[in-house]
Write a protein that binds this ligand. Sequence first.
Ligand code: EPU
Length: 292
Amino acid sequence: MNLSLNLASNECKPEPLGKLTSFGLGGPAQRMFRPGSLDDLVGVLKTCRAQHLPWRLLGSGANVLVSDSGFAGAVIQLSEPEFTRVEFRDRTVFAGGAVDVPTLIHKTNLKGLAGLEVLGGIPGTVGGCIRMNAGGRFGEIGALVRRVHVLDERGRDEWIDREHVGFAYRQTGLEGRIIVGAEFELRRENPARIRERLLEVWAFKKGSQPLADFSAGCIFRNPPGESAGRLIDQAGLKGLRCGKACVSEQHANFIVAEPGAAADDVIELIRRIRERVYERYEVRLELEIEVW
Ligand code: EPU
């Protein structure tokens, strides 16, 4: 059955997903949808359900490694304009799920609304960053969220207040749901002071992480009370390589994909890092990124 006939505005030609991720690696999805409204998105979810198609939501691809064979199912990417809206009401900001977080930081900064600058230098969409409670030493996105607008896999929508989202270290209880938007509650502050803090956060990140390279940020979650980067570094694994993938010399929890790398190179490197860290410290490193 050719559903592109009745879903013409949503369904697009599958393309290599690598082009849509910060790793720059990976094959195409079997089907690719870019719904531009909530109704379109509900239609896509219904199609997936009716056809037993597994689906994944792709934000800006900052935390995903797509395998070389691609994804055997549907990949949904929210597209303008419904999902890129930003609206201000006093200290409350609504942002659509596909809004780019660095852009949102810039917009709120200009309005003299503080809070999001702690996420400076973190790539990703509002949906992606909330889904995994993105953050670092300066703070996490969850602390700034007032409520989240989600769709479940049947296409039913609901608003979930922050205390029911399940924000924890790099996780939430939102698996299987699509974040279509969120409200943030920010503080009023002088834009120049917010900007100053943003630059500090940025300088720290730039000084300690290989931001200009193809990577997916930190590969592993930090084990309780430890830093995965420090363990990998102390195990002597900086510079370890498989094919064209290597452990960053700047921050050991980053894997950098050099030109010509394959997703399999990264997967093999992940396996070796885990093995070596376990042999040395008896710590089992858990992935922070998603592998599709
Ligand atoms: N360290 C090393 N060698 C390394 C890397 C780090 O010895 O190669 C040491 C550092 O010197 C420091 C400690 O390990 O004493 C912690 O390092 P860092 O401050 O860089 O923080 P991290 O725990 O490695 C976390 C987040 C980052 C976030 C930074 C800064 C995780 C897995 N990582 O890294 O998030 O940017 O804090 O806020 O939670 C990401 O999630 O993708 C990410 C990059």
